[in-house]
Design a binder for this molecule. Structure first.
Ligand SMILES: Nc1nc2c(c(=O)[nH]1)N=C([C@H](O)[C@H](O)COP(=O)(O)OP(=O)(O)OP(=O)(O)O)CN2
Length: 160
């Protein structure tokens, strides 16, 4: 019988600041604004013989690298049904409801999501965390992205 344990990783350093706007429909969106996004992680893994399961330092480093990757960027969705994205020279143009929002390309991430919400960010960041390196001892990983106190979404990965 394998013993399972849960690691909880909740570090102040696991945060990034980014700008975005949520799109609600073909004509409604938020104004451009920023969030301090905080990431917390729950890892379920088999208990090893020497008293630990997955090495949480490995995951701390990977989560910090993810945060650094997105810190101080403009985030846009690649797959919004209501907005189209165009690269024009050193700019990214977002066409929404007959208007064009222009951003510096080297300060913008066009993410493979339909909307820049905490739901989509949790799914994307979890897939990037898992893709970094497959650990055969992992059973389940849950990544929570908060856009401020009291508002968050979580995505869950489970081993097959
Ligand atoms: N299901 C979701 N709903 C909303 C999301 C989201 O990611 N998923 N995001 C937003 C907004 O981007 C964001 O929350 C801005 O909201 P706002 O209330 O204006 O400001 P704060 O986040 O700072 O929250 P306070 O309660 O005012 O501190 C909306 N919906």
């Amino acid at each position: 019988m394998s013993r399972l344990v849960t690691l909880h990783i909740d570090k102040q350093a696991h945060k990034f600041s980014a700008a975005h706007y949520t799109i609600f429909s073909a004509t409604e969106r938020e104004r451009l604004h920023g969030h301090n996004y905080f990431l917390t992680t729950r890892i379920v893994a088999a208990m090893g013989e020497n008293g630990f399961s997955a090495d949480y330092n490995v995951y701390k480093r990977r989560i910090k690298a993810l945060c650094d990757r997105y810190d101080e960027y403009m985030l846009l969705p690649e797959f919004s049904p209501y907005q189209t994205i165009e690269r024009v020279g050193d700019e990214i143009h977002a066409h929404f409801a007959g208007r064009v929002l222009k951003f510096l390309a080297d300060e913008t991430w066009v993410l493979p999501v339909t909307n820049v919400t905490v739901e989509e960010l949790s799914q994307l960041l979890l897939s990037e965390l898992i893709a970094a390196e497959a650990d055969p001892d992992l059973v389940e990983v849950e990544l929570t992205v908060s856009s401020g106190s009291g508002q968050a979404a979580s995505a869950i990965w489970r081993a097959d």
